[in-house]
Design a protein around this ligand. Structure first.
Ligand code: ZN
Ligand code: FE
Length: 257
């Protein structure tokens, strides 16, 4: 069992790259490196050597730094088997239920289709850390570019079932905007109100709202609450409507919010 040191780098307008360092072996991974230079700078500052690049999906704002980092460091690129051919430099192909070892730290791989067909998430249980890319966001979820609402609901349900102390390291700072949508739907949710206030304070101080915990997301994220009567009612569907249908309606409304 080995606990990771986790660093966050804010890049582009709202992307996060996470650097994971496993202290016993020195193994170090960059998760979803949109760009290379800020990663190289932080590696130099910490005296770490990059051994892996973990990609949750093929979009350019998650893989743009792959080839430069691989060339500069020799790091191996880990990504979905289903994305072979569209993840630049893919060396190690993984799929549902695979274990990936970063030094002595083990991650379980989940396939989480919806945002893209090949989207995956990496869960490091000993570090209580989930890297979920553009599937689950704080107070929101990714758009359905390639998958169906049914698939995305299944993917989110899988992540929702992880231990509640799990820290949710998503790939974008979208929380405040997501909160504006969430509060319209879930007006009486005190935990949501509190979270929105906390995020406003964090953003005003120039600080990140990521990670949240899964406990917080379960209590506040409308997309994880599609099986609750008050959320169905809020989108005009009768209580007892299948959660995947409520989810589909939530996603449709958010797309045009
Ligand atoms: Zn994406
Ligand atoms: Fe993205």
């Amino acid at each position: 069992m080995s606990r990771l040191v986790i660093e966050q780098i804010a890049v582009l307008s709202d992307n996060y790259i996470h650097l994971l360092h496993e202290p016993d072996s020195g193994a170090t991974a960059a998760v979803d490196p949109a760009v290379a230079q800020p990663v190289l700078d932080l590696l130099a500052a910490r005296g770490w050597r990059l051994t892996h690049i973990l990609n949750t999906h093929h979009h350019g704002d998650h893989t743009g730094g792959n080839l430069d980092l691989r060339r500069a460091t020799g790091a191996r690129v880990v990504g979905a088997r289903k994305d072979a051919g569209r993840i630049p430099g893919l060396d190690v192909e993984v799929g549902e239920g695979d274990t990936f070892l970063l030094g002595h730290a083990a991650a379980v791989v989940f396939e989480t289709p919806g945002h893209t067909d090949g989207h995956i998430a990496f869960w490091f249980p000993d570090s209580a850390a989930l890297f979920c890319g553009d599937t689950l966001f704080s107070l929101g979820c990714g758009r359905l570019f390639e998958g169906t609402a049914d698939q995305m609901w299944d993917s989110l349900s899988k992540l929702r079932d992880l231990p509640e102390h799990t820290r949710v390291f998503c790939a974008h700072e979208y929380t405040a905007a997501n909160g504006r949508f969430a509060k319209v739907l879930d007006r009486d949710n005190a935990a949501l109100k509190q979270r929105i206030d906390d995020v406003a304070r964090l953003n005003a101080a120039g600080r990140s709202s990521v990670p949240s915990t899964l406990a917080e997301e379960r209590a506040t994220n409308p997309f994880l609450r599609a099986d609750r009567a008050e959320i169905a009612r809020a989108v005009g569907l009768p209580p007892g409507t299948a959660a995947a249908l409520v989810f589909a309606e939530l996603r449709r409304r958010k797309d045009v919010f």
